[in-house]
Design a protein around this ligand. Structure first.
Ligand code: ZN
Length: 290
């Protein structure tokens, strides 16, 4: 049974929230609960507010990994003089060279030629490493913190910190989801430079979220609005996946954002295999027929 009663504002770090009347989301259920995973489901409301509908292990902390890339894209587009999103660079996968990084990209044979939009859709590490290596580390972290509300003390000198790994601190589900809610809102109102291209890159026609697009292809399926996967590696080499998915149910204008983090999985596996089941169990079969 879930009684949810918090409404948060998207804009303000640290998070301020208003307490409002009780809302009963008894149609949600928590089947399939796992002690390790973190789940956070929110509904977007007007005027930059959102309401938490469901949560599991919300206090758990993790590295967001590539979930940081849309913010890196924003930084490149708006803060780096002369940056051209269309210009392609060639990802050679493990064979690429980035100082201080073991594997220049996560895919062995590389992604091939990538512009910014491809690199976001395919989550190409090499592309972001290449463009971010000459960027001032303090300015990068200060900018994304100030603009998007990330914690202000994430800076570390590891090159992969700029794409969400080995930052100074791990963060909570709410600390990564909140900037996403603001980002989504700005994309919808076309407040960001190249909003349309960013939306297309994060809509999963190809790349790491195409697996979910394929599963949600029926008229009765939820409509995928925006998604991003992230995978970070812990010191023992295990993969920890995190995904954020914005979606609507059929015949509804309500927009939901779901974060799922699960140790032992990659973000791509989570979004393809776990997210459809999780949404079904949260909302009940009648709304999410397959
Ligand atoms: Zn790559």
């Amino acid at each position: 049974m879930i009684n949810i009663n918090l409404i948060y504002r998207i804009h303000i770090p640290p998070l301020l929230f208003l307490l409002v009347g009780m809302t009963n989301f008894s149609h949600l259920s928590s089947q399939g609960r796992s002690s390790e995973r973190t789940v956070l489901l929110v509904q977007l409301l007007d005027a930059g507010n959102f309401q938490v509908l469901y949560k599991e292990n919300q206090e758990q902390r993790f590295y967001p990994g590539s979930l940081l890339k849309p913010f890196a894209a924003w930084y490149l587009l708006t803060q780096v003089k002369g940056f051209s999103p269309e210009q392609k660079i060639i990802c050679r996968g493990w064979g690429g060279k980035i100082p201080g990084v073991k594997k220049a990209c996560w895919i062995k044979n590389g992604h091939g030629p990538m512009n910014l939009w491809d690199a976001l859709a395919h989550s190409c590490n090499f592309y972001f490493y290449t463009h971010l290596q000459s960027v001032s580390t303090p300015d990068y972290f200060q900018s994304i913190s100030r603009e998007w509300g990330f914690p202000s003390d994430l800076q570390s000198d590891f090159p992969d910190a700029k794409i969400g790994d080995r930052m100074k601190h791990k963060i909570t589900a709410l600390q990564i989801l909140t900037p996403y809610l603001k980002y989504y809102q700005h994309l919808q109102s076309h407040h960001l430079r190249d909003s349309q291209q960013l939306i297309m890159s994060l809509q999963g026609k190809n790349g790491t979220i195409a697996g979910l697009q394929k599963k949600w292809n029926k008229p009765s399926s939820p409509k995928l609005l925006l998604a991003k996967t992230g995978t970070s590696q812990d010191v023992r080499g295990a993969m920890n996946g995190t995904v954020i998915v914005f979606f609507r149910l059929q015949n509804s204008e309500k927009v939901y954002a779901l974060l799922l983090h699960q140790p032992g999985n990659t973000g791509t596996t989570l979004i393809t295999e776990q997210v459809p089941e999780l949404v079904k169990s949260l909302f009940g079969k009648k709304d999410t027929n397959e």
